[in-house]
Structure formats: C-alpha cells, structure tokens
Design a protein around this ligand. Structure first.
Ligand SMILES: C[S@@+](CC[C@H](N)C(=O)[O-])C[C@H]1O[C@@H](n2cnc3c(N)ncnc32)[C@H](O)[C@@H]1O
Length: 221
C-alpha cells in the first residue's frame, strides 16, 4: 500500500480515451508499459540493457518524451503520468518512432520514485510544466516541494540533474527557492529555454497567453 502524507498533485480526471488511444493501451501496453508494483524494478530486464536512466514526471501527451528519446539513444527513459489518454497516445508514438529506449508507467510519480525506483541511481529527472495549481488554497498540491526534492536527491547520482520547467512565474519562484535551500543541489536558472527541450502544445498555449517559460537545472552534489 502506498503511503501518502500530502494531497495528490494531479486532478483525478476521468480520462476520455479516443478509440485510437484505447487501442494503443491494449495492444502496446504489454510492449512499452510497466505494471505498477510495490517492488523495485529490475531495469536491465525492463530495457534489455544497462544504460543511464532518465525519469520524466508528468509527460502529458509525450511530445517531449519522444523527441528527446530519439535524440538521445544512449539513455533510457521511464515516462510517468497518471492520465490514460496521454499514456495511450505515447504508446502509439513510441511504436511509430520505433523507439526501444522508453518505457511508460501509468502511476503517481511519487510512488514510482519512492518504491519502484528504490535503490536506483538516476541520471536525470525531468518535470516539465507540472500542474500549476494557481489558487493559493491549492498550492500545497504542487509537486515541487522540499519533500519532493529530498526524494529526487536520494534517487539522483552525484552530478545527476533535476530539470524543472514551468511557465507559471509564482511556481518558478517557489521551485527556485526550494531547490536553492536544498543542501544537495547546485541550481542554475537559465536565461532562455534550452534548445534540447522541445516545445510542447502545452507550453505553446502558455506562450500564446503571454507567459514565458522558466527552466531550472538543479545538479546533485
Ligand atoms: C500541465 S501537464 C504538462 C504535460 C507535459 N509535461 C507538457 O509539457 O506538455 C502536467 C502533467 O503532469 C501529470 N501529473 C501531475 N502530477 C503527477 C504525478 N504525481 N505523477 C505523474 N504525473 C503527474 C498530469 O497528469 C499532467 O499530464
């Protein structure tokens, strides 16, 4: 049973799957999907090799996941989200791109990091555009918190990176404060969005609404 001391960082949405996404889930789940367990994963069995591992938390529709995995075949990616339509879409995209270095878990990333990746040393953790929870009374549902940073710091190898991107300025300020206060991280705030992080539709909508993106890179000491 997963221990939970904080409210969920996501809305429990009834995902409306398109027929395409549902077909993707059913046919490709056994190929690219990872069942949720209460035991640590055996990564060499999962990927069929030993390679540095990146975890992407909240991949949405998986646009960045696919583009970044294609550009970086030497590393494996474990992509985590709770939203079934996005999972179905990503599974189909992995098949189309013939990618073998991505696996997908439909679960709360906190459970995945805490339990399924217990004992693993990660190369990178990506949190791109976490749900902003703009209302003050919901701020405690934001994913990036000091306890999240403790968990990520415990899973990253020395020199490994936590990359947080957000277009919600109060969230960027909060994340920067939490990361800079953390004894295990050296934080860089980028002036411009890094070219290797693809522009997703979600980020484009933010730009269209007049928001800019903030990228924070926290390196584990
Ligand atoms: C605003 S969307 C951004 C999606 C994507 N990263 C992008 O840039 O287009 C945030 C995503 O994080 C997911 N999410 C939020 N909390 C999560 C958690 N604890 N574990 C896994 N996924 C989570 C949501 O389901 C949603 O798909």
């Amino acid at each position: 049973m997963t221990q939970r001391t904080a409210p969920h960082t996501f809305k429990l949405r009834r995902g409306r799957l398109t027929a395409h996404q549902a077909e993707g889930l059913e046919r490709l789940g056994p190929v690219y999907g990872v069942p949720v367990t209460d035991k640590p994963l055996v990564l060499s069995e999962l990927f069929g090799r030993a390679a540095p591992l990146v975890v992407e938390v909240g991949f949405g529709m998986g646009e960045a996941t696919v583009a970044m995995a294609l550009a970086d075949p030497a590393r494996d990616v474990l992509a985590v989200d709770v939203h079934s339509p996005g999972v179905g879409k990503l599974l189909r995209a992995l098949e189309s791109a013939q990618l073998s270095n991505v696996r997908v878990v439909e679960a709360d990333a906190l459970h995945v990091l805490r339990t399924m990746l217990d004992g693993v040393l990660l190369d990178e953790v990506r949190v791109y555009f976490p749900d902003p929870w703009p209302k003050a009374r919901h701020a405690k549902r934001r994913l990036v918190s000091s306890s999240f940073c403790d968990l990520v710091a415990a899973r990253l190898r020395p020199g490994g990176v936590l990359h947080v991107a957000t277009d919600w300025e109060p969230y960027a300020r909060l994340a920067r404060g939490v990361l800079q206060a953390h004894p295990d991280f050296e934080v860089a705030v980028l002036d411009t969005r890094p070219a290797h992080r693809p522009l997703t539709r979600f980020e484009q909508r933010g730009h269209a609404a007049g928001r800019r993106s903030f990228d924070l890179l926290a390196t584990r000491g």
